[in-house]
Design a protein around this ligand. Structure first.
Ligand SMILES: NC(=O)c1ccc[n+]([C@@H]2O[C@H](COP(=O)([O-])OP(=O)(O)OC[C@H]3O[C@@H](n4cnc5c(N)ncnc54)[C@H](OP(=O)(O)O)[C@@H]3O)[C@@H](O)[C@H]2O)c1
Length: 382
């Protein structure tokens, strides 16, 4: 790891000159001023990172030193990572999902979620300052990853970490929570008194959705595995149906205003849509845009995906009178602030099942993929 240690005015500005010469031209220092002041911060010019040089199993992951830190743009933030969580998207990307976007860019750094401290900020960043503890997540198609000790995110992708939880706990939250937020708040615009069905409440997104819907005054029913029933009920679901032991179509009564389907198979889609009242919203996390683009290339795959989506939207509007959506995670600073507020109030959490040091990233991916660990796995960055 190589560091620049700008010493503000103490060294006659040589530290500042070095920082500028190393490409961090737009940086502000602690306190948010536009010129460096007396500060003890360090600016990393190289870092450790988990690189994906080619698609494949966990063995293709490489933890390398001396990976360059790119120039920080005006609206970007350099975060000293303390913990990064593993999402299903990470293991799928490692195996080649999204290759139509990522293959020409290899090697890339994996990872979406992060919790850590602000190490430097771009010139236009106003809401964050050096030294603050932050958490957040990159957009699903972002080329820059978080499996590194110094990650770059946009200002909008970060907010202050909830004070009451650890970096490990915080890193498990943003990607899953913002996916649930996107579906329930942005798309379905849930409101007090509505009924929400979460298919797959045992997973991170599903559990986040239960808690967000409850916090918005909704009545929530969920389907989950037997080991997740108690947790879903503790999270506020009024009913948690064990999909391994019960017929969910018989066990669940009444109609719903919104269905979030985290599984998104043909059977859960059929069931979810039949449970909606007219005007309700069905949202699946398994949109086909990336898989069709991977199979046929971006030029053919994306228009094909759009055509499939429009056809389904038209069909379901006509046959059931409902709105059909593919939900994709999006950064949402307002959502992230609200999620932090709920976390600090003790009303929102994502349990972490196991942590690994980042040096054991291959073992962590393997354990997650073999379903040896059902819940969230977090990589600790020392
Ligand atoms: N489109 C997007 O932007 C986006 C964003 C985030 C995630 N995703 C996708 O959404 C899915 C969920 O993500 P996640 O982070 O929540 O994953 P996760 O934490 O690994 O959760 C997966 C959970 O699904 C549950 N499950 C499996 N089959 C089920 C079924 N038939 N009925 C009900 N529950 C079932 C299991 O819970 P039990 O232990 O209770 O059995 C499992 O723990 C993944 O496929 C992921 O790739 C998409």
């Amino acid at each position: 790891m190589r560091f620049l240690r700008p010493r503000g005015l103490e060294d006659g500005g040589r530290g500042i000159a070095a920082a500028l010469a190393n490409g961090i031209l737009d940086c502000k220092c602690a306190g948010g001023g536009s010129l460096p002041r007396r500060t003890s911060r360090s600016i990393a010019t190289s870092r450790r990172a988990v690189l994906l040089p080619r698609f494949g199993g966990p063995e293709v992951l490489q933890l390398r030193d001396n990976v360059e830190v790119p120039d920080l743009k005006q609206n970007e933030v350099l975060v000293r990572a303390r913990a990064v969580s593993i999402n299903p998207l990470d293991t799928r990307m490692r195996s080649g999902y999204g290759r139509s976007i990522f293959e020409p860019l290899l090697p890339i750094i994996l990872g979406r979620d992060i919790s850590g401290e602000v190490a430097a900020v771009g010139a236009s960043v106003r809401s964050l300052t050096v030294g603050q503890e932050v958490f957040g997540a990159l957009h699903p198609t972002a080329v820059r990853g978080t499996y590194t000790d110094y990650a770059i995110l946009l200002e909008d992708e970060l907010t202050q970490k909830p004070k009451s939880i650890t970096h490990e706990e915080a890193s498990a939250i943003p990607f899953a929570a913002l996916t649930a937020w996107r579906a329930l708040k942005t798309t379905a615009r849930i409101s007090e008194g509505q009924r929400v069905l979460v298919i797959g409440g045992g997973g991170a997104v599903g559990f986040a959705a239960i808690q967000l819907a409850v916090a918005n005054g909704c009545q929530v029913v969920t389907t989950c595995g037997s080991q997740s029933v108690d947790r879903c009920l503790a999270g506020g679901a009024e009913q948690a149906v064990d999909y391994t032991a019960e017929d969910i179509e018989l066990a669940i009564k009444g109609k719903f205003d919104a269905v979030l389907d985290t599984i998104g198979g043909p059977e859960t889609e059929r069931i979810g849509i039949n449970f909606l009242r007219r005007g309700g919203h069905y949202m699946t996390l398994q949109g086909e845009a990336a898989s069709l683009a991977d199979r046929y290339g971006l030029a053919v795959g994306l228009p094909a995906a759009t055509a499939i989506l429009l056809k389904k939207q038209f069909q379901y509007r006509y046959s059931h009178g409902i709105e059909y959506f593919w939900t994709f995670m999006r950064a949402d600073s307002e959502g992230l602030v609200e999620i932090r507020r709920l976390s600090e109030a003790g009303r929102f959490h994502i349990p972490v099942d196991k942590t690994f040091p980042i040096t054991q990233v291959r073992e962590a991916h393997e354990a997650k993929e073999r379903k040896q660990i059902p819940g969230k796995v977090v990589l600790v960055v020392d």
